[in-house]
Design a protein. Sequence first.
Length: 478
Amino acid sequence: MTGRIKNRAIVQGFSLVFSLFFLIMTQAAASEQDSSDSRFTFSGFIELENQVNTRTDQDFQDAVKKNEARGKFKIRWGEDNAHVFLSPDVYVSSALFKSDNDNTCAYSDDADVARNGRISDRGYEISLNEAYVHVGGGKARLRVGNQIYGWGTADVFNPTSYFNPYDMRETFFKDDDEMKLGVPSVSGMVFFENLTMEMVFVPFHIPGVIAGNGRYWEINMDNYQLPIVFDDIRPLDRDLQNCGFGVRFSSTVFGTDLSFSAYHGPDKDFLYRPAEILIEPDEPLAVRVVPETYPVTYLGMDLSKSLDTFVFQAELAISPDKRACLEQNTADAADIRFPYTVKRSGYLAYALGFNYFIPLHQWIQDHEGDTVLTVEWYQALFKEKDRAEPMVSDFISARFEDTYARGRVPVALTCLVSVDKPGAVIWPKIGYDFQNGLSTSLSYIFLDGRSDAPNTTESLFYYFRNNDTLIWKIHYDF
């Protein structure tokens, strides 16, 4: 209990410092806004998000899963060739007002400061996914601090995006700018006449995050005979062998944007290793699964090619030493041996897709805005056949986006289908932009899947089949 109180005091201290910092920066922005030669810029947005589960067998109070206020700020001080850039996200949710036993929308079980500076408690979180010093000119640039790297060309799954782990606390249903966690790193980019080289060094491991026990988006693997209990995520030790290093060469050849990359360091994907049978007094037997991270080596390439109204994209990453669990016969519990054996394996992941800019203005008179259809196929597989299959693989994604009423009404329809293990999500969205900084949107997430056999890992969407959700957002840019 003493340690918990100490952690909470540390977090509250950090939060107070951040609050004072934002107050000072906001006042500075207001005072310098009228200066044409100001070296300080301040922008961002405030957003309110509400998630409501649509099952009819519950009270409305229980159906409301999250009420959240988010503020994202973009702060830059300095010149183009030398500046400091900060992009903090501040979250406050309804978990502040819930009991300690209700973790439905809690950011963290307890007060915590992560290695990349993310401050979390049950009802609030402050993250600095981008916070770096930039120095550079026309030939080269250097950045030091928390960074997000946009390696790869695919729209949904990026096999060559090696550095930034995922925030999977709401699986795939966070905004795009929230999915990746910033990593403390040093990056350098050199611009040649027909070639760009980027090098990245990450001195210590930043693991991803998943939904913990009791969360709305927790993975409940209920098709297993014994309950599955996920252990806490632990970062790798601060050691030279756990550093990450990558290099990427990019160029344009015959009208095709082409990149080659290499990486060695901690794998951003977890290996979920069944470790033991849990036997506790007055509790049912359960299987403890440990999310583990191992060093990995990747070689990758990606390309993008425009042809008239189409943009084609391809991305590939291969590894000679990605770890995987050896499969066991789960039909007979007596044959299972814990912990599962982990071995290296050859591995390949690729994404193929296109964006089609539909010329809808040719068919609908006075239609304005871009109409885009995005389609992508993603697959990941191990070379050896006795390895457990990757949990995220064999996905077809499609998204249709358009705007109407002179850009005031954006609409989107997203579908994500798991082919090998049946499951799907359908996600329609409609919004209204008041074109004064204020906008609102309403979306609905429909999830479905099936289980063909017990004691087998099914599609992610099967485990969220009861999480059909209505999401209402109010957004203000400033």
